[in-house]
Design a protein around this ligand. Sequence first.
Ligand code: DAH
Length: 341
Amino acid sequence: MAIKETLDRIREEALSAIKAADAESAIEDLRVRYLGKKGELTAILKQMGTLPAEERPLMGQLSNDVRKDIEALIAERSSALRQKAQELRFKAEALDVTLPGTDPHIGSRHPLETVLDDIKEIFLGMGFNVAEGPEVEFDHYCFEMLNMPKHHPARDTQDTFYINDNVLLRTQTSSVQIRTMLAQKPPIRIISPGRVYRVDTVDATHSPIFHQIEGLVVDKGITMADLKGTLAEFIRKLYGADIKVRFRPHHFPYTEPSAEMDMECFRCHGEGCSLCKGEGYIEILGCGMVRPEVLEGCGIDSSVYSGFAFGVGADRITMMRYGINDLRVLFENDMRFLQQL
Ligand code: DAH
């Protein structure tokens, strides 16, 4: 009766192992081990031939019963385990629709962009177009054609990063004046906002990268009165109708006469305060009447046309508007700063 004992042992072992299994994969292993082609039960069946003929039906019956018992328990345990796994998953995936949602983080415009946009808007309203030019620029457009040949002392204040002798990072958006005059005939009315570069050590008021807005008007009969009227109107639109401006003579190689324009301090209205450092006025831009040589260099007849140009520092305006006293915060992109605005 060795086979009967073996069958009983297999049944007992298999059933208790299946009961103890706690994962579907473990149950599958047991199924293979006991019922598989190379499993223990199959091995026994193969020995059936050695039994005397009258015992075979009995043993056959018994081994079928063992198989059925094992199969039944496997089915029961796997479905129980599957159900348990599903319950666990449902629990883990449970969604409490009554909880408040998490707000997605929505960024905001950089203050500098806001100021650039406001300035653009004002000039677009006065009939200007926006012109753009490359930040990596030819020396020719950035300096030479603006009446600043190589070795001109005015270049000293605008040292920059040279890609080679003739290509550099532009120090001023004035290069766009030249590009525009070469590409289009008067009447010209453009502003050109953009990033400019100069060799400078970073501190609270200096940065090797900053932003300018260049303006250029060329037409018949343009005079200094047009320059003054346009720029005064620009400041009134940006800071309010009661803000006065004043012009001080200055020098730029590409304009004659040249001036710097100051605006009355918008905080103290000329009294003198910490913002204007007691001056009552704040320097805001450089400007002048485009030199005939510069017009001629671009193929514009200076006996017919004249023009004015100006350059505004956008970073300064942004700092004043938001009460920022350190230029670096505009470039560091520290969320703690940006979120305040
Ligand atoms: N490019 C000058 C600067 O960076 C600003 C400027 C002055 C631009 C006079 C002009 C101008 O077009 O006419 O300081």
